[in-house]
Design a protein around this ligand. Structure first.
Ligand code: SF4
Length: 81
């Protein structure tokens, strides 16, 4: 009998995430709250590009990922079509 397993995604890049050191509150603010501090931290993060790729490829709808807000990622997705 063959048992197929679904490979787990490689998320080792997240080990270098600056947001993991600062806490998630900045990155998932209440609606209408500023994302400026989250974006500032993302600007210093060594894995910003990988983070943004992950968010775009996995349709992450909420929060700041890779230095971009939900709205900015939506605009990027629309212009990439
Ligand atoms: S780019 Fe921003 S959201 Fe992504 S891992 Fe780095 S600090 Fe976190």
């Amino acid at each position: 009998m063959q048992t197929d397993t679904i490979p787990l995604p490689d998320l080792t890049w997240q080990e270098e995430a600056l947001c993991a050191q600062t806490g998630g509150d900045f990155f998932f603010p209440e609606p209408g709250s500023s994302v400026r501090e989250a974006k500032r931290i993302c600007g210093l993060c060594p894995i910003r590009a990988a983070c943004l790729d992950y968010a775009m490829n996995n349709d992450m709808r909420f929060g700041v990922w890779g230095g971009m807000s939900e709205k900015e990622r939506l605009q990027l997705r629309r212009t990439a079509r």
